[in-house]
Design a protein around this ligand. Structure first.
Ligand SMILES: [Zn+2]
Length: 241
């Protein structure tokens, strides 16, 4: 059995769309290294300004597998955050479904402001989206994240591909941080204050110095870590009523 690759998880999750450009070949995918019997020639796969040659698995090969080729061509996979299992892909969007996405794909659309909650509730997402293996990509640049992503199986501790960076999120360790950040943000503290710990004194007085102190016990230990900063970026205000 061949090893599952992130590009194949995404490709499978979208219903294995047809790729017309393939031809017969016996070799390995240049990008992911999967053994292939058909593939898209190198020339058709990479544009002239492709520079990530060092990221390819098999530079000695001549073709790219259907899954990698397909993922390469989907710009929207670079511009949005998503979680993909083998049977579904959930895409995080602000409001409207982007018109660049072909409506033949059965994508689950989720609100971007719910992304942080989802990170801590993969297990319930799992029941809705049906997967065992999953990859989680959060965009912060216009680079393809799939090819670097790590395949996860544990809904409580998993690796997020955050742009170029890999982040390990242990949801048990960060659960209290998540709750504190959400509470303080909803109580009027800004992202900047939470990031630095430099709270405005009038806000401390209004909220209660003792309560702030309790939250700080939890926050100061993790402050400055990449995961901490990502969580702050993903905070959103809960709607009142
Ligand atoms: Zn491939």
């Amino acid at each position: 059995m061949t090893e599952l690759k992130p590009s194949w998880i995404v490709y499978n999750s979208l219903g294995r769309p047809n790729v017309k450009e393939t031809e017969k070949v016996d070799g390995y995918c240049m990008v992911c290294g999967t053994h292939i019997k058909e593939g898209v020639p190198q020339k058709k796969s990479f544009s002239g300004n492709f520079t990530n040659w060092d990221k390819l698995q098999r530079l000695d090969q001549t073709h790219v597998c259907r899954a990698c080729y397909f993922c390469f061509k989907q710009n929207w996979l670079r511009n949005y955050s998503f979680i993909a299992g083998e049977r579904r892909l959930a895409l995080y969007i602000a409001k409207n479904i982007p018109s660049t996405i072909d409506d033949q794909y059965t994508i689950v659309f989720r609100r971007r402001n719910g992304l942080l909650d989802d990170l801590f509730n993969i297990r319930s997402l799992k029941n809705n989206i049906f997967y065992d293996n999953f990859i989680f990509c959060i965009n912060n640049s216009r680079k393809h994240m799939i090819f670097r992503a790590t395949i996860n199986t544990n809904p409580e501790t998993f690796i997020i591909q955050y742009g170029d960076t890999e982040l390990l999120l242990n949801t048990k360790t960060f659960k209290k941080v998540y709750v504190s950040l959400q509470e303080l943000y909803n109580s009027g503290f800004s992202k900047r204050e939470l990031k630095t710990g430099g709270y405005k004194s009038h806000k401390i007085m209004r909220y209660g110095p003792k309560k702030i102190g309790e939250h700080e016990m939890i926050l100061e230990e993790k402050r400055g870590s990449v995961v901490f900063n990502l969580m702050i970026d993903l905070l959103y205000k809960e709607k009142n009523g």
